[in-house]
Ligand binder design. Structure first.
Ligand SMILES: Cc1cc2nc3c(=O)[nH]c(=O)nc-3n(C[C@H](O)[C@H](O)[C@H](O)COP(=O)(O)OP(=O)(O)OC[C@H]3O[C@@H](n4cnc5c(N)ncnc54)[C@H](O)[C@@H]3O)c2cc1C
Length: 419
């Protein structure tokens, strides 16, 4: 017995500690590298691009030049088997600026769909095109939402019909709120191949650059994330080669046959993409929250009223303490979900949704508190926290609203189909 215990201890030591939150050198190096770009290039440009409400192509190109914008960078972040590098990099980018951050990271939604559902040939063909080159960077768009299908993805009306004679798919419909919609080189579109099957009848298609019948609709003017382009996309008899169906026709036919027989389908095209990306989205919200917290802390130490720094008042100091506490708590949820996702753990309690829900709500709350700590200055565009507050708000809305995350979590923990 004693020998076994001793062996267990020695064995554990030889394998290294089973649990650690200490980042390894690679993770620290990447964090420092991304932080440098966020601080040196993104922050100085943030207010200007927010005002212009345009895609900051020169900043995207700078990111491409240093290797931060491109498939290699995403691949490098993804390669970390702990799953932490992707959220760490996202937190730093969005700490720099969320609008520009989304202009840089918006492409990754389309990339995730191609990576998650495409065949190796499709990945080889389309992934490089999503990013373009260093000389001519491009962006990509992922189009699931529609005017009448936001939270309710199953209501998607965009149809994809197969023209067997020509081996082409014909897409018709209207997509709404697509990040990079219309300006993207590559659009990934979720369409219904069989409306009767709801979301189980969806499939993902790549629309190659310059395809006729794929046009940008109205560009949306937004509350925040204004350096990121958001627009409707119209698909009007848009014909694409049969090879543009992600995963291929055979796989789709098999899946649809299983669903029609009443068997469970393993993949629901849009949901799959969202589920994989939730902790990353949470990390973006964290970046905004941390930026606002750090700004408010610095300000509270400098700003004097009634003959002392305002941080000497408990109400201000306690608010800052709570901000730090909530941000760190959210980060732990984000890291846990990222680690679970990367190591193939089952999300039994919807831990991915938990991480996004908490981080999104913390970002909205912390940025609002930051405005309060800055007082009148916080409410002006001379100081960055009002922009951070506007940017943060989207994190309780896109990639599943807070209500939808609560729905997912409550269903997971109760086994009841809560409505
Ligand atoms: C800046 C921006 C960028 C975006 N980028 C993309 C993109 O790149 N690709 C893309 O496909 N989409 C994108 N979207 C769309 C986004 O994902 C949707 O806005 C989001 O899913 C919510 O859908 P909705 O706006 O239709 O709200 P609705 O679904 O109409 O919801 C309205 C309200 O009702 C609540 N609600 C709805 N159903 C329930 C329920 N069952 N129980 C309780 N409450 C409920 C919601 O929580 C919300 O508060 C983007 C949106 C914005 C604003």
């Amino acid at each position: 017995m004693a020998d076994a215990a001793e062996e267990a201890v020695v064995g554990a030591e030889a394998d290294g500690p089973r649990f650690t939150l200490e980042l390894n050198q690679d993770q620290k190096d990447i964090r420092e590298w991304v932080h440098g770009f966020a601080e040196g290039v993104m922050r100085p440009a943030a207010a200007e691009w927010d005002e212009r409400e345009e895609t900051p192509w020169p900043v995207i190109q700078e990111a491409a030049k240093i290797g931060l914008y491109g498939f290699e960078a995403l691949g490098q972040f993804w390669a970390d088997e702990t799953g932490l590098t992707l959220p760490i990099a996202n937190e730093e980018i969005f700490w720099g600026d969320a609008g520009i951050g989304m202009a840089i990271m918006g492409t990754s939604l389309a990339v995730a769909a191609i990576f998650g559902q495409g065949t190796p040939e499709q990945m080889g063909e389309w992934l490089p095109q999503c990013f373009g080159t260093v000389e001519e960077p491009e962006v990509a768009a992922f189009c699931a939402s529609e005017p009448d299908a936001g939270s309710d993805v199953s209501a998607i009306r965009t149809s994809a019909k197969y023209d067997e004679a020509k081996d082409e798919w014909v897409l018709n419909g209207q997509k709404a709120w697509a990040t990079n919609g219309g300006i993207a080189k590559v659009h990934v579109v979720i369409a219904s191949v069989d409306r009767e099957l709801g979301s189980r009848g969806h499939a993902a298609f790549v629309i190659p650059p310059g395809t006729e019948g794929c046009e940008q609709g109205a560009k949306v003017k937004k509350h925040g994330l204004r350096a990121s382009h958001t627009a409707d996309v119209h698909l009007d008899d848009c014909r694409i080669p049969g090879s543009c169906l992600l995963g291929g026709k055979e796989k789709l036919d098999e899946r649809l046959a299983r669903v029609r027989e009443g068997k469970r389908s393993k993949s629901q095209a849009a949901m799959q993409t969202f589920e994989a990306s939730r902790p990353t989205v949470g990390a973006q919200a964290l970046g905004i929250a941390r930026a606002a917290y750090e700004y408010a802390l610095g300000y509270a130490k400098e700003r004097r009223q009634f003959g002392k720094a305002i941080v000497e008042n408990q109400s201000i100091a306690f608010t800052l303490a709570d901000m730090k506490l909530e941000i760190d708590a959210a980060r732990l949820l984000v890291w846990r979900a990222a680690w679970m996702g990367r190591s193939g753990q089952k999300f039994e309690n919807a831990e991915g949704s938990m991480s996004k829900l908490k981080a999104g709500e913390v970002a909205v709350w912390a940025t609002e508190r930051a405005i309060q700590i800055l007082g009148g200055n916080g409410y002006t565009r001379e100081f960055p926290v009002e922009r951070m507050h506007r940017d943060a708000k989207i994190y309780t809305i896109f990639e599943g609203t807070s209500e939808i995350q609560r729905l997912v979590i409550s269903r997971a923990i109760s086994g009841v189909h809560v409505k």
